[in-house]
Design a protein around this ligand. Structure first.
Ligand SMILES: *Cc1c(COP(=O)(O)O)cnc(C)c1O
Ligand SMILES: [Zn+2]
Length: 412
């Protein structure tokens, strides 16, 4: 917090004070947090970070809030796993999985919510709120409970059972809206102006919220021994996470934590049933045409993505690509990651793995690259997506029954 200079309009560069503002009054461009990078560089070393907490807060100097413990559930510092078996299957070389299924509520949203609500408390808000595709509601409800804040979280009514339950368990209020996420988001924009004393983490607090995703880049670099990867593959809903991962690597170089000027290629993963940004990429267009989502990857089913053009820019300027995958490929991505690496992800993670497979097959991701795939949510959240998996066999409790049922060839 000490290092924020201002909020700055991404389009016209006008400066604003660091309050609960998210759009420019003049041009309606989104606001970004600007920092005093020289001061951060003077106060931050690899050693000071290593001595910090094992959570996102080890990078507090590069975040727009201070952790006083009230909201903290321990988000971040999730494992970066070398994935040699998956790499071999996909014909890749050095592949890593950032396992963000292991956050407090099972998705990367805990990073952005921890930052947004820490900032909301500093600004005096008492009520937390959000428009959610599912995981954000889980995370806001949990962090609000932890902080003793009231909450209102809004979701599309057709969400997976696991995500509904995982929001409801933290108490009132969970509001299911008959419509898509884009309908929920429109309603929440109205509610945010009706109730300016509520901290809508992804509406009036969005500028701060978005910054939490930078920690995915910070951790990746630190876990690679303070080196940047060559190529990252990121699942894309609104596009916020992808743009902030790219910003995160640049910031590390700016404050001297990474040597040189890291050239990280950034690629985006979407489900074919909701792929407005991948479509714009394929068309060579600068306009992201809104779509009506229809996919099992509900956590990234945003038909009118707020950061779509910025995500498109990041991908194009870094030499990455967008791709979109079918429902069947998403399910196969989930099962492939589980079988080869022991990580069970939800449909957004399946989308990432399936997209990685496609980009590898197309030669967009190279065998000579150090690749990181972001696996952003836990598989138990979307069990209905993977269909009817069950036991290899169901047997009577006898040796004979077991030996009849299973082929033991070579297993002794
Ligand atoms: C929200 C979400 C995303 C997409 O994040 P955006 O910032 O909206 O692009 C990806 N994966 C999971 C699991 C999510 O919940
Ligand atoms: Zn502006």
């Amino acid at each position: 917090m000490a290092f924020i200079e201002a909020l700055t309009c991404r389009e016209c560069a006008r400066a604003y004070p660091a309050e609960a503002l998210h759009v420019c009054d003049y041009c309606f461009g989104p606001l970004e947090v600007s920092y005093d990078y020289d001061a951060i560089a003077a106060h931050t070393t690899r050693e000071s970070i290593a001595a910090g907490p094992r959570s996102i807060w080890r990078y507090a100097n590069l975040l727009p809030a201070t952790n006083d413990g009230a909201v903290d559930l321990g988000a971040g510092f999730t494992p970066l796993l070398r994935a040699d078996r998956l790499a071999a299957q996909l014909g890749l070389g050095e592949l890593w999985i950032k396992n963000d299924t292991l956050n407090p509520t099972g998705s990367f949203k805990d990073r952005v919510v921890a930052v947004a609500l820490a900032r909301a408390r500093e600004l005096g808000f008492k009520v937390a709120a959000c428009a959610s595709t599912g995981n954000l509601a889980n995370s806001v409800a949990a962090h609000a409970a932890r902080a003793g804040m009231k909450h209102y979280v809004f979701i599309p009514a057709n969400l997976e059972r696991g995500k509904v339950l995982m929001s409801a368990v933290y108490g009132h209020n969970l509001i299911a809206v008959e419509g898509s996420y884009d309908d929920v988001n429109r309603l929440c924009a109205e509610l945010a102006s009706e109730h300016p004393s509520w901290a809508f983490v992804n509406v009036n607090l969005r500028t701060y919220y978005a910054e939490g995703s930078k920690t995915l880049a910070f951790e990746t670099a630190e876990q690679l021994g303070w080196e940047a990867p060559d190529h990252v593959v990121v699942p894309v809903g609104s596009g916020s996470q992808l743009t902030k991962i790219a910003k995160g690597f640049r910031e590390l170089a700016r404050v001297g934590l990474l040597d040189g000027d890291p050239q990280v290629r950034v690629s985006g993963a979407q489900a074919l049933g909701c792929s407005p940004i991948a479509q714009a990429f394929a068309d060579g267009s600068d306009y992201v045409r809104p779509v009506k989502p229809d996919t099992i990857a509900k956590s990234i089913a945003i038909g009118n993505p707020a950061d779509g053009i910025y995500a498109l820019d990041e991908v194009r300027s870094s030499g990455g690509a967008f791709a979109a995958v079918t429902e069947g490929e998403i399910v196969e991505g989930i099962r492939l990651l589980a079988r080869t690496e022991g990580v069970f992800t939800e449909t957004a993670g399946g989308t990432t793995i399936a997209t990685l497979a496609k980009l590898a097959a197309d030669g967009v991701v190279g065998r000579d690259e150090r690749v990181v795939a972001y696996v952003t949510g836990h598989g138990l959240k979307t069990i209905e997506a993977i269909g009817d998996l069950g036991p290899t066999a169901t047997i009577a409790p006898t040796l004979e029954a077991f030996e009849d049922a299973v082929d033991l060839e070579g297993d002794d």
